[in-house]
Design a binder for this molecule. Structure first.
Ligand code: NDP
Ligand code: KPL
Length: 301
């Protein structure tokens, strides 16, 4: 970090990017905004249903990477995993040797997918624990605690510094592999919501609950083979989380399906089958889920 007030950019000011941009702005560290849709500002609504606290982040949201003025200290990359290649020109324009790119994406492969687009600078993956979504009026709603986990590596330092004292809590984990796979298992099984077109209430069906546990059991075996230290009760705990009343929890992959957008099936689900094959672990349930999600992502028609 070159100064007290780092030069920060958010690439992909959607649900997660806007939430982090708002946290930075409230702390006086307003980021530059780079996106696909031009806008004068982005806006966050915080708190549970009924609450109406708003944070407006001044723009504009620039959409042409050629308009980037120069490299920055810190980039939060919050495009979907399916959009990383298209967002590469932003990274080329914004990254110098001292730039840190914090990847706000689901999955466990951010360093491998984003790294090739950041030949100068460092890539730090983040586990994004909080839900957020864009309302019909374009305002992003983040109803609960906003929290990230980062690996305990030197490049995490500028991210922690930038978010210190903001509404976005950051913890640094010495066992990031475990945190990342714990979240990945949650995301993988949430794929059943995208397949059924239903919110979390779908997990209260005994047959879906059994399927979810079988799927999570495969994922647990793969996660452990990857070095994650997860207890036997993790599948049951994840299922219980989704079975909580009132059953209206969503997931960003369901939002994408409802909007007819490509699904992040490869990084959220495909990875279980791929890493399973690499370790010689059979993943028949995962393979079936992946085929159906990939086909859903291609649709409709
Ligand atoms: N939403 C959630 O609750 C959670 C999401 N995540 C993960 O966070 C990541 C981001 O998800 P989310 O915020 O929901 O996604 P969104 O679709 O809400 O946001 C993505 C943003 O990136 C923009 N974008 C797309 N292509 C480009 C491009 N080439 N250059 C610049 N900007 C671009 C989109 O623009 P446009 O507005 O034009 O579409 C959009 O504003 C995903 O990996 C997701 O899995 C993790 C935890 C929770
Ligand atoms: C909501 C949450 C945090 C858990 O499924 C998520 O990661 C997503 O929607 O992608």
């Amino acid at each position: 970090m070159t100064s007290e007030k780092p030069d920060v950019a958010v690439v992909g000011p959607g649900a997660i990017g806007t939430t982090v941009a708002a946290a930075l702005h409230e702390a006086g560290r307003t980021p530059r905004l780079y996106g696909r849709t031009p806008r004068e500002r982005v806006e966050l609504r915080v708190g549970p249903p009924g609450a109406d606290e708003r944070v407006e982040v001044p723009g504009p949201v620039l959409t042409d990477p050629d308009a980037v003025a120069g490299v920055v200290d810190l980039v939060f990359l919050a495009v979907k995993a399916t959009q990383v290649d298209d967002a590469a020109p932003w990274l080329a324009a914004l990254c110098g040797p001292g730039t840190v790119v914090c990847v706000l994406q689901n999955g466990v492969e951010q360093a491998a997918t984003v790294g090739p687009h950041v030949p100068r600078g460092a890539v730090v993956p983040a586990v994004v624990w909080f839900p957020a979504w864009t309302q019909d009026d374009g305002v992003v709603h983040a109803p609960g605690e906003v929290r990230l986990t980062l690996p305990d590596v030197p490049a995490a330092g500028p991210v922690v510094d930038a978010l210190r004292g903001t509404r976005c809590d950051v913890d640094v984990s010495p066992d990031f592999v475990t945190a990342a796979w714990r979240k990945l298992l949650q995301n993988a099984v949430a794929g059943l919501m995208a397949l059924t077109g239903r919110r979390s209430a779908v997990f209260t069906r005994p047959d879906v609950a059994d399927l979810a546990l079988a799927y999570l059991g495969e994922g647990l075996a793969v996660a452990r083979a990857e070095g994650a230290r997860l207890d036997d009760d993790v599948p049951g705990r994840i299922l219980a989380l989704f079975q909580r009343p009132p059953g209206d929890q969503g997931t960003s992959i369901l939002t994408d399906r409802d909007a007819g957008r490509p699904l992040e099936w490869a990084v959220r689900n495909g990875v279980v089958s791929r890493r399973g094959r690499a370790h010689g672990i059979p993943t028949p349930v995962s393979d079936l889920v992946v085929t159906l999600l990939a086909a859903t992502s291609d649709g409709p028609g």
